[in-house]
Design a protein around this ligand. Sequence first.
Ligand code: ADP
Ligand code: MG
Length: 743
Amino acid sequence: MADPITRETRLSKVVGAPAKKLATERDIVTVGDLLDFHPRRYIDVETSGRITDFALDDHVAIVATVVSGTTSRNRASRGSRFEATLVDAEDNEFSLVFFRPYGHEQALQPGRRVLARGKLGEFRRRPQLAHPTYTVLDADAEGSDLDVYAGGLVPIYKATKGITDMGLTKTLKLVLEQLEVGADAVPDHLRERRGLIDEREAYRRLHLPRTLAEVESAKQRLRYEEALVVQTVLAQRRAKYLAEQAVPRTAPKGGLLEAFDAQLPFQLTTGQREVADEIAADMARDVPMHRLLQGEVGSGKTVVALRAMLAAVDSGAQAALLAPTEVLAQQHARSIRAMLGPLAEGGMLGGSAQGTQVALLTGSMTRRQKEKVLLDITTGPVGIVIGTHALIQDEVMFADLGLVAVDEQHRFGVEQRDALRDKAVRAPHLLVMTATPIPRSIAMTVFGDMETSTLRELPRGRQPIETFVVPSTNERWMQRTWQRVAEEVARGHQAYVICPRIGEETPEDDQVLAELERAWREGTVEDGADDAEPPHDEEPPPMRGVHEVLAQLREEPALAGLRIESMHGQLPTDEKDAVMAAFASGAVDVLVATTVVEVGVDVPNATAMVILDADRFGISQLHQLRGRVGRGDAGGVCLLATRNEEAALNRLQKVAETTDGFGLADLDLSLRREGDVLGAQQSGRRSQLRMLRLKQDADLIEQARGDAGELVGDDPELLRYPGLERAVTERLDEQQVAFLERG
Ligand code: ADP
Ligand code: MG
């Protein structure tokens, strides 16, 4: 037997030519890379599929029998071609054609069975594959050894130039014969408990299966492994937090929080009160709070966070609120100052005696402005600091940071969260809010190191938002849409018009655009689907842009006399602020914007939203966008305009019918992948889940979470589980790399 090889061994040490092809074509360099290159599907040599199941231009993989072959001279050129006629399992005829016949005549002799792969075309009204790749399956054929396949199943991989599926299988067979797996990542007792096979057997069953049941058991094992590794990372992180010391922060009687509650113009909802109690209990402990507050759009997360911040200030500390965008930071500063009133003018003439000060710190502030704020933060009069990423910078020093609240967490990585936490002398308490309701499996996977609180209920008196799908190719419907907007304005309200992009001059690599484009192209692609077979072949129609729509709406008769402005991510910050402030104050009637208004923007007087090319947005994103209207007591209307006739209509109809964000998030998850559900920035994490499907594997994730908690509980360093320890380290390294790449 040859030298043992491990996952780390370079593939070129094991095989020659295939290693080179795999490295250049698929970036597969080590043995581990190859083992992780999973088949997309398996075809059964006996029931090989029918050619009639495929449509023109589909990528076909089929087993069929050669009936005849002819070589003929080309009329147009000097060469000749070879054409073989084959029949599938049900006697449907099709042909393979090669314009360089050499070798194919010998290989494709009548009676032979072949696995052929190629793009389905048509020639003289007969299905044809031109220049397919193929493997002769008959054991007696020269150069073919069907017995490489353990059973009747042929694994089909993502097509790789210069290497056939059988070539891959042969390489894998070689690898598996010499593979040394080392300690299993899944400890023995857990494999037993969960009825799982070991690592080597999993690779064998995945790449050289005898039955589909074997494939399933291999996947099950690999999924569990992945879930266990992720959950172990999270359990360790949690254990680390729990070992930290924090200062208990409780609001005294007669303090700022009490004064705030007394002047609050509304009553907290039951849910808000419950969550507030959970937070207060956490903050009263001497270990740092790590709590995720997820809530339905408009459920009133901000006031809950503000109360926690006031409790921190009451106890003599400071609180920081981290927002993902300048627009949001500005808005929070504005609305928090407004809610606090005189309480935000502590130490100032006319301010309240109990009061504190609220400061805003963003990247676009001038050096001068920043310096003043930084000084106030360091020396103490400022109790509440609101800011963007600028808050994370080195020069920001707090007198005594007691609470960090992060709004719309999914835009931040764990690393940024920790950078801010590091600014406190003792570990501060941490409250994280998410923009969108998130399905439980995602909460467990992405935010699994935190406790969670959930706000499902909306404040009383909220009128439901009515949502309609509008076919925008229909002139009359669009007329009616703009009239509807005008009616809202006539009633003293305001409207948003959302476009999927800014305009012509938007650079190609514009992030939002790229993300939308990708989401659209992926459409409803399921995990593991063949990306050589995109669901949308045709070019998408150009999306509506802010500039063009602004110009159009200013000419629109139905909207004559209305004050229409626009906002998007490429405007200078001061212009963004000015537009947003004008809209918030009611000086602008209609705001044409990109998804910059997606998260958190709160203008209660806005009651109408038109989303153009709505099919370009994800379900959760639409729900989030729609959450910008109907925030006051006047109700709201959301019109989803689309030129897309079919599939999208169905999806949009679902959004129109449901106002339950948690339900929609689940639906979103079943149609798309977690990265899309969580939003653009988060999608860096996407690639980090290889096998786990957040929808179907929720139970398995739950099990792994329990198991990981147990392991870390009695062996935090994983000294008794070297295999798992190694897998965890590998994963953390990958995350590190992903984080650095994300910048
Ligand atoms: P989200 O949870 O989406 O971040 P916000 O915190 O922005 O929601 O709150 C939405 C709106 O509801 C705000 O205008 C806020 O002042 C208001 N609000 C919050 N709580 C209540 C309540 N208990 N009763 C009435 N209005 C409330
Ligand atoms: Mg919010």
